[in-house]
Write a protein that binds this ligand. Structure first.
Ligand code: ATP
Ligand code: LTN
Length: 333
């Protein structure tokens, strides 16, 4: 029997999951479930690096887990749990903190972007990537499927693992980030110069399509999507055409068609038609998952039971690596 490679990935319960999260990450988690030994985590410890209203956070954690199950994460094939339910994540993060130079963290572009907008920056925000390294390294992960924005954090995870291994001896597997070929960075529909994100979606009405949005809501966003003053519908690299390219990329990721097929299909059509067709493809993709979500959330006790069982299993799987790390640094274990 060949043992399957281990996949770990996480998502923050910081808002409503959007089509960028789906295309960049969740869709692949689901599609590749049979190939790997999968561990997926709702990273609530990461979420509080920026203040969250406690009541809303509690609801969003369950919503996040519910949406992932509705998207097709199968608890028979994958562990799906909540990060704070497994204390090993925070424990290993502390140990890794002690081998991570502050300079490495200050260089992270996500930290620079997020901290620039704040009056007061928490230590947690700076430390965010070390906690992420802990998530990944605890499970001897081989692959980390994420969107492009997480590439730098995965590199840091590898550096931290290598540094720990060099200082204390072989302890952690060195993971590899896997970025999708299509849709690694879906841009905001209202502004194709910025990455679509949950935080911007909360502030800007026409920024993103949420996975639980109604057909009317989807169309309200799509019909206002930023395009340009031209009329060619092509996958052009011209920065002026970034809006059109973004719409085509969403279309491509959801239909699986080639760029040539898509450009052919839209030849001679107007931007209005492009927006309508992209909206329809999104609405169709969301329909089945929304139906499953509504069913699942009627009684959240089943969901809570899944999360609890998975947390126990995750804790058992994390324990040997945490113990090894503690032994290596010289703790009495
Ligand atoms: P926030 O605004 O709260 O930082 P986010 O929308 O950036 O949230 P995350 O929870 O940070 O979402 O990311 C979850 C997963 O979705 C990660 O793998 C991330 O790389 C991916 N992802 C996030 N935004 C996009 C995007 N616009 N295009 C493709 N993948 C994305
Ligand atoms: N930082 C990630 C979320 C995350 C993650 C992880 C992703 C936390 N821990 C471990 C992959 C592996 C983000 O998407 N913002």
């Amino acid at each position: 029997m060949t043992t399957k490679k281990i996949v770990f990935s996480g998502i923050q319960p910081t808002g409503d999951f959007h089509i960028g999260n789906y295309i960049g990450a969740i869709k692949r988690w689901v599609a590749e479930q049979d190939l790997y030994d999968n561990i997926f985590c709702v990273v609530d410890l990461h979420a509080i690096t920026l203040y969250q209203d406690p009541k809303i956070l509690r609801a969003k954690i369950r919503q996040a887990a519910g949406v992932l199950l509705a998207c097709g994460i199968d608890p028979q094939k994958s562990l799906l749990f909540v990060q704070s339910h497994v204390p090993a994540h925070a424990e290993l993060a502390w140990i890794l903190n002690c081998v991570t130079p502050v300079g490495w963290l200050e260089r992270m572009t996500q930290y620079k972007d997020k901290s620039a907008k704040l009056e007061s920056v928490s230590t947690g925000l700076l430390d965010y990537p070390v906690l992420m390294a802990s998530d990944i390294l605890l499970y001897q992960t081989d692959y980390v499927p994420v969107g492009e924005d997480q590439k730098q954090h995965i590199e840091l995870t590898r550096d931290v693992a290598q540094r720990f291994n060099a200082l204390y001896g072989e302890t952690f597997a060195i993971p590899e980030g896997t970025i999708p070929k299509i849709g690694a960075r879906i841009m905001g529909f209202d502004d194709p110069t910025v990455k679509m994100s949950k935080s911007l979606a909360a502030e800007q009405k026409h920024h993103a399509v949420g996975l639980l949005d109604s057909p009317d809501q989807v169309w309200a966003v799509l019909k206002r999507a930023t395009t340009d003053s031209g009329k060619e519908i092509t996958f052009s690299e011209d920065s002026k055409k970034a809006g059109v390219k973004n719409l085509l990329t969403v279309y491509q990721a959801l239909t699986g068609q080639t760029q040539a097929e898509i450009e052919n299909h839209f030849e001679g059509k107007l931007y209005g038609a492009l927006k309508r067709e992209v909206a329809d493809v999104i609405i169709e993709a969301l329909k089945p998952l929304q139906a499953r979500y509504n069913e699942l959330m009627q009684d959240t006790s089943a969901l809570d039971a899944i999360l609890q069982r998975a947390a126990e299993q995750a804790a058992a799987r994390a324990a040997p690596t945490l113990r090894k790390a503690k032994e290596k640094v010289g703790f009495v274990v």
